[in-house]
Design a protein around this ligand. Structure first.
Ligand SMILES: NC(=O)c1ccc[n+]([C@@H]2O[C@H](COP(=O)([O-])OP(=O)(O)OC[C@H]3O[C@@H](n4cnc5c(N)ncnc54)[C@H](OP(=O)(O)O)[C@@H]3O)[C@@H](O)[C@H]2O)c1
Length: 357
């Protein structure tokens, strides 16, 4: 069997899990690893994730990566770069990413056009996926809408204690944790964050044969009442230690589609926060459909998992959703952006476990 030749681009929390996923996947072969840090330059991919040696050495050299004969790149940096994505596509490599653009046709029209042109030039596809967005935000709720007739509201809620998520970029830069309220409200990534939630809202509307006629973003937060130790360092007193984001789109029929995240940096009792929030659950996700069929779909980790394991497995779902999409994305006809509305169902695979040390 010919395997799909895959490059792993960036080896942070998600990228490392993706690397492990590639090595285990029976239909994939690792052919390159792009890193950013000096310390990882020249390391064997196996050494980066504590697995057997692979013979594939990590490089910071973008041109060297571009020149590799590969089918697909799993593109997982923070921050991401549209021009870089387009260059990869133009070089004839499919791109799968947990970064935008999940459904850019309305929020990010220029990016969508640039990606589409690059896909056509390289005769390849781009697919953005993940856990949330990429799964909870649109793929899974859309699946359950098949059980419904009239739908009044669809709400996706994510909540969890994120103290062990070690991505500075995601936690501080994107999600404002550890920032003052003023710094959060002036965050240059604010608009981009909103668009990242409006994209899946647009995808749900499109999947239901409708469109969004109004958008709304709400950000509430609670500050730390004392320094809190986390994987990204100390969160200082008076800075944001709980975020409550709500992004809402209303379709032309009046159906509300709501993306809600409650990310906090304390235990569920919230004793280190200046006030408390009624958090529906310790961790995980709820997809709620309201209409003539009412459904609560709760997705959580087994109670025996530690907090570290919950965060790690939550981020692994993002990585594995990318890995498992490789065959479908490489085989999809008609070069361009492939959303979950275009692809057949992405499933897991019978991976091996031989890469564990
Ligand atoms: N859709 C979803 O559900 C979902 C969930 C989680 C994360 N994400 C996205 O996935 C991406 C990776 O997340 P993560 O948790 O793995 O983040 P992370 O742990 O911060 O990893 C990001 C990696 O990017 C590389 N990097 C460092 N400096 C960079 C720079 N200046 N420009 C570009 N890349 C740089 C580094 O790679 P090396 O270590 O190899 O040097 C770093 O480890 C992020 O863009 C995040 O927003 C999506």
């Amino acid at each position: 069997m010919n395997k799909y030749r895959v490059i792993q681009w960036a080896t942070g929390v998600v990228g490392s899990a993706a690397l492990r996923g590639i090595l285990r996947h029976p239909k994939l072969e690792l052919v390159g690893v792009k890193v950013y840090s000096d310390q990882k330059e020249g390391l064997d991919a196996g050494d980066i994730i504590g697995a057997e040696k692979t013979g594939i050495l990590a490089t910071r050299d973008v041109d060297a990566i571009m020149a590799i004969d590969a089918d697909c790149v799993l593109y997982c940096p923070m921050p991401w770069d549209l021009a870089e994505m387009c260059r990869l596509l133009e070089s004839g490599k499919h791109v799968i990413t947990p970064c935008p653009y999940w459904f850019p046709f309305i929020q990010n029209r220029e990016a969508a056009a640039a990606i589409d042109a690059a896909c056509k030039k390289g005769n390849v596809n781009l697919h953005a996926t993940g856990c949330n967005p990429g799964g909870i935000a649109e793929r899974f709720p859309l699946t359950f809408t098949g059980w419904c007739n009239r739908i009044d509201r669809i709400t996706m809620t994510e909540c969890g204690d994120c103290r062990t998520y070690s991505s500075e970029g995601v936690m501080r830069e994107l999600m404002n944790l550890g920032k003052t309220p003023e710094a959060a409200s002036n965050n240059p990534l604010k608009e981009m964050l909103a668009k990242s939630w409006y994209e899946p809202i647009d995808m749900i509307a499109a999947g239901l044969g409708s469109e969004i006629v109004s958008y709304e973003a709400k950000h509430d937060f609670i500050l730390a009442n004392q320094p809190i130790e986390t994987a990204i360092g100390i969160i200082e007193e008076g800075t944001i230690a709980l975020n409550h984001y709500r992004h809402i789109g209303t379709t032309r029929e009046g159906t509300e589609i709501i993306q809600e995240q409650i990310w906090y940096l304390d235990d569920i009792e919230q004793t280190r926060l200046q006030s408390k929030m009624d958090i529906p659950r310790e961790s995980g996700w709820r997809i709620k459909l309201e209409g003539d069929v009412n459904l609560n779909i709760d997705i959580d980790f087994p109670a025996e998992l530690t907090q570290d394991e919950r965060v790690a497995q939550g981020l692994s779902t993002t990585a594995f959703h990318c890995v498992n999409a490789v065959p479908l994305v490489c085989e999809a006809d008609d070069p361009g952006i492939k959303t979950h509305l275009d692809l057949a169902m992405v499933t897991g695979c019978m991976g091996t476990h031989v890469t564990e040390r």
